[in-house]
Design a protein around this ligand. Structure first.
Ligand SMILES: C[S@@+](CC[C@H](N)C(=O)[O-])C[C@H]1O[C@@H](n2cnc3c(N)ncnc32)[C@H](O)[C@@H]1O
Length: 269
């Protein structure tokens, strides 16, 4: 992982939330919220909460007296989450690094993390932190994306971006969000962190956008891929967005466009 891969700042949070959240994250957020509610959930921690898509799905399902701590490394993502979240007295917002959680041991019934673990520079350490703050018998529920070839729009955007910048290929999407799909490694890292009951389920969904430009703008400008492209100039950001839009339009039509997305949902206790 390169240093900027975890930098969700500047204009990224708003574009991420406007374009990528409805495209690929909402459908998994509903799935994750349902799994959290399958067991005790009076004290819940969410890490790497981003712009709050899981928070919006889960908060209304929790019991009246539940406590829900919502955290992320990057404050601008949490600001966006707070701006969009209807008033809810159960929620406590807190900036936190998932690898150094500012909480006592044995606190939470559930630690939930949607598509954040791929950004942990040291996976066993991140998993061990989740385990440390969970009460005995608690659950760690998280998801990761499968290989980029199982996630069609991300794959197309990466291919187009690398064609335009062959000397310095911008491979953020393949390297980080879609680079941690080895389920044997995930099991092994969770075991190292002290988990024994580990369930991993493949979950396939469809991503849909009203226009071909939606996935192009979302992936190119609303993720840290932007940082890799923008260092070659603002015109290059526009050129990659345009070329990705054209390629999606060529393959899927002008819109609405739909494509496969696939990830793994992991429950560990
Ligand atoms: C792909 S986004 C997922 C956000 C959200 N869970 C969602 O489903 O939309 C990844 C998030 O991980 C956060 N992140 C990266 N490294 C982190 C770390 N070490 N601790 C906590 N959050 C981190 C980023 O700020 C970003 O919001």
């Amino acid at each position: 992982m390169s240093a900027n891969d975890k930098t969700f700042t500047g204009s990224i949070p708003d574009i991420y939330d406007d374009h990528l959240v409805p495209l690929i994250f909402e459908v998994y957020a509903d799935d994750l919220a349902r799994r959290v509610m399958d067991g005790p959930a009076d004290h819940v921690l969410e890490t790497a909460a981003g712009s709050g898509v899981v928070t919006r799905a889960l908060a209304p399902l929790l019991a009246e007296n539940a406590r829900y701590v919502v955290s992320d490394l990057n404050p601008p993502m949490l600001v966006r989450a707070q701006d969009r979240q209807p008033d809810n007295s159960r929620i406590h917002w807190q900036q936190a690094d998932a690898l150094a959680l500012p909480f006592e041991n044995d606190q939470f019934d559930v630690v939930a993390c949607q598509f954040g673990a791929m950004f942990f520079p040291d996976k066993p350490k991140g998993y061990a932190e989740a385990r440390r703050v969970m009460r005995p018998g608690g659950r760690f529920i998280f998801n990761v994306w499968d290989h980029i070839q199982s996630n069609e729009f991300a794959d197309i955007v990466t291919r187009v971006a690398c064609q335009l910048l062959p000397e310095d290929p911008p491979e953020f999407l393949a390297r980080t969000p879609h680079g941690h799909y080895d389920t044997d490694q995930i099991r092994s890292d969770l075991s190292t962190a002290g988990f024994s009951n580990i369930d991993i389920e493949t979950v396939t969904k469809t991503s849909t956008s009203p226009t071909a430009s939606g996935p192009a703008v979302g992936y190119v400008q609303g993720t840290p891929l932007r940082n890799e492209i923008e260092k070659h100039g603002a015109e290059m950001l526009k050129a990659v967005t345009r070329a990705a839009t054209d390629e999606i339009e060529l393959l899927y039509g002008a819109g609405p466009v739909s494509a496969k997305i696939q990830g793994f949902v992991i429950t560990a206790s």
